[in-house]
Write a protein of this length. Structure first.
Length: 317
């Protein structure tokens, strides 16, 4: 296998990989050649050489164009990976030359924001003030798809939602407790004794269908004899959830306790005194296996891992 890889390194050219990608995109040798500013004969020769090097035909000719076979689909996928790595190399070299701090793209579920993300971002930006951080909040499933397509470097979330969890490196970060919250204007906010069945006529702001928090909420409602939501609003956005709660006297929501505590401490919502027997699934730091990370991403990951190993300070007194 090593000798085959060395042969590919020695003979396969980036120009040929770009051509394979372009043919897969257009299903046409002529259009692919035009995109790459090549003559059609040059493109045909380059494709033939690439197929000889790789040892198989990559495309099948049909009446309406060229279509990748299973070898071609494999080659196209890896050509994309190689091109992304070359682009990342060029970007990082430019960052080193200009002295910029680089960029890290982080995806995070709601429960990872108040402590894990906030503390890590503050520390990273304190260590390198020139670093650019892009943050996306959404469901784990959506962010894993973004990670797969190289739109994110790191995800703080759950791999349990994926059928291909083995594709990722996962490091446990925290357990997630949950709380039921209402706006301060909700009559339930004034009660000191509330049970889940008291919410049977409430309108719910729920996490999207089939997500761990949505599943947990449905289980708890069924346990309390409540068989369905009352016209739920589904969102993964903390801001939308808080905005709707703050201006409503009947909305309720199930959210991570760390998030609930942050907003309750700022007097924006009220946490109902309802203890739920269930807890949500734990979450962790997720990266793609065998994926090279930028300097900025490595710094962010190192900060999180160092925080994981630090002892928890004892409370004063």
């Amino acid at each position: 296998m090593t000798s085959n890889a060395n042969m590919l390194f020695g003979r396969l050219r980036l120009r040929q990989l770009n051509l394979i990608i372009a043919i897969g995109k257009h299903n046409s040798l002529r259009k692919a050649a035009a995109e790459l500013a090549m003559t059609q004969s040059t493109a045909s020769k380059a494709l033939h050489e690439a197929e000889l090097i790789l040892g198989d035909k990559l495309f099948e000719r049909r009446r309406d164009g060229l279509y990748a076979n299973r070898f071609g689909e494999c080659a196209i996928n890896y050509a994309h990976v190689i091109r992304k790595d070359i682009t990342a190399l060029a970007d990082e070299l430019a960052e080193i030359k200009t002295g910029s701090g680089g960029k890290i793209r982080v995806g995070v579920i709601m429960g990872g924001v108040p402590k894990v993300l906030k503390d890590s971002i503050n520390q990273v930006c304190g260590m390198n003030k020139d670093i650019v951080v892009e943050i996306y909040e959404n469901t784990s499933a959506i962010m894993l798809a973004m990670l797969n397509s190289d739109k994110l470097d790191v995800v703080i979330g759950r791999t349990s939602v994926s059928q291909h969890a083995d594709n990722y490196d996962y490091m446990h970060l925290a357990e997630e407790n949950v709380s039921i919250v209402v706006g301060n204007g909700n009559p339930l906010a004034q009660k000191t004794n509330v049970v889940l069945s008291d919410l049977k006529n409430s309108r719910w702001i729920a996490y999207p269908n089939r997500t761990p928090l949505n599943i947990l909420l449905k289980q708890e409602l069924e346990r309390a004899g409540i068989n369905s939501f009352a016209s739920p609003i589904e969102t993964a956005s903390t801001f939308i959830t808080m905005t709707l709660l703050s201006d409503s006297d009947d909305f309720v929501a199930l959210i991570p306790t760390d998030v609930a505590s942050f907003f309750a401490n700022h007097s924006l919502i009220t946490i109902l005194p309802i203890r739920l027997p269930s807890r949500s699934q734990p979450f962790g730091l997720i990266t793609r296996k065998q994926r090279n990370q930028t300097r900025a991403a490595k710094l962010f990951i190192d900060v999180i891992l160092q925080a994981r190993t630090l002892p928890v300070a004892a409370p004063p007194g």
